[in-house]
Design a protein around this ligand. Sequence first.
Ligand SMILES: Nc1ncnc2c1ncn2[C@@H]1O[C@H](COP(=O)(O)OP(=O)(O)OP(=O)(O)O)[C@@H](O)[C@H]1O
Ligand SMILES: [Mg+2]
Length: 627
Amino acid sequence: MSTEAEDRPSEPRRAGLGARLSALFGGRAAEAASEGQADEADRREQLFTIRDRDNIAWFWNSYLKKRTPWLFVVLGMIMVQGVVYQQFLALTESGLRVIFEEGEFSDLVRVCLIVFGLFVVRAGMSYLVPRLSVFLASNAVQELRHDLINRVMMLDLAYFERTKPGDLILRLVLQAQQLSIFVGQGTVGAVRDAVTILIVSGYLIYKSATLFLATVVILPAIVLLMQYVSHRIKDVQRKAENAMGAYMGGIEEMANGMRTVKISNQEENEKGRLRKATEDIKDLALRLQAAQALVVPTIDLASAITYVLVIGGGGWFVLMGTSGMDGAAIITYLLGLVLIFDPARMLAQFFAKLQANLIILNSVRELYEEVPTITDTPGATDDFDVAGDIRLENVRFSYSPDVPLFDGLDMTVRGGKTTAVVGATGSGKTTVLSLMTRLYDVEGGKVTIGGKPIRDIRIRALRGAFSVVAQDIVIFNASIWENIRYVKPEATEAEIWAAAEAAEIADLIHQRGDSPLGPKGSQLSGGQKQRIAIARAFLRSAPILLLDEATSALDQQTEDKVKAALARLGKDKTTIIVAHRLSAVTHADWIYVLDAGRIVEEGRHADLMAKRGLYAGMYEAQKGGYE
Ligand SMILES: Nc1ncnc2c1ncn2[C@@H]1O[C@H](COP(=O)(O)OP(=O)(O)OP(=O)(O)O)[C@@H](O)[C@H]1O
Ligand SMILES: [Mg+2]
């Protein structure tokens, strides 16, 4: 490492070759550069940012370190491969000498046999190294995927509401795969190449240090090129990952929204959008290739220069007869260079690819570092009074900082009673339910159950206390039966049938049998999906029942039946009903009327009617609608 670079860390552009070399291999100069001013010119210098090295260290420590013994086995086999080349050179030289000096034929045969034997050994290694390294890398990346899945599962609902599925799929599927290939094949290949270069170079230097200078002469050109190329590759790769994410997200949205696409004649538009995305991907792939394509010809040119220097200079040595080198030595020397240049070319390509993979590694690490905010607090317990009152006290909450939703909301849901929450669309009814189940956390005030703040209850236990029929129902692409069982996998067959009967969905189970319901339950009607959700609530039969527009999609007759069943289910349970149709809540023990995040009226149906306020107005208007 150059002292020049260390003395003048803030001027990496003017730093000498030593600094550039150390920048290439992640020395202190690169670190200094990345800590320097955020000047574009400075950033161009970094091949390994601090973040990159941190990412590599993370990957090493988390997934590779424990495999060190096996990695040494791989390294050992790679060393054998390098030694084979060195021995091959030494033997070739003696073989040539036998020929040139008209020695014994038997010596030649011996050399040939040993050379062949050596290459058999190398072939054996060439078979074993990738087998072992791919095995190690695949295992490491599988662990990484497991960790990512664990992390993703912990993340807040809010994360999924702001993240495109395409980005998630990209990271969990493609990028993880790419890393596996890069680590298992790319990196191991690079180590093999580096070892080959070191061993063969060492041998060549031993044979003639002067001639080897011819090889060193071209090194600066290669270093400069690699810096230029790497910078470009990082830039393009980042864009390429984004483009790929956008493409996958686009496909996901298109497939999910096909009904809307078709009904609004937007096929052309969608085609255009996806085509544009594929064009972006193609353009970026070409740009990536354009940057990488410079590497090989440069190395080839550099090799040509070296060959010429060695033939010229070496020939001159022989002609002068002073260096102790003969024709056999020169030919062997050239052969040695041939053996080096191929690995050198591969190694240069590896560095180019490394830059692209650093971007991918960073992207995967970002997902890994995503921190959930809704987690169990230290000391949280499972123990609380599920039958107690649920209270929202002075609750403050907003989805986005600039649009506050609740500011000082107070609400009491009596344990064992039925409470209704009504109000205009967007007034915050569903959000109230989300706060009780900690899908979101309040920003101020608190939510308590039986007097205990829900933050002090373990999330699993808290959510386990709720049966929810949500407004947006999620149906998985499985049979109705499986969909109902989802909320209680250990349920018996009889329990599931009972739940299905209560939700009036049993007939449909008989009809459809085991056939899956299509992505997102697309093969079902709205009311059928709703009845599956209700059946889930029956099956789960938790102490607190949340019904968010639970029967809005049912016809009157079915609704009456389901409601009677729900009333039986909710008997003596704390029940919260959210409904637009006020006729559905008249029986409630208490009714809250929400308007733009505030409670404007509360009381029993008869009291609210007598008040002749908002509730009475809404009720009359709805009643009028039926007359
Ligand atoms: N995930 C979210 N991110 C950002 N804003 C949201 C989110 N969910 C809801 N909102 C906003 O918060 C407000 C309250 O939404 P909420 O779903 O609680 O209303 P609601 O009373 O249930 O309405 P509806 O009767 O239509 O179901 C709305 O203005 C909505 O746009
Ligand atoms: Mg709602």
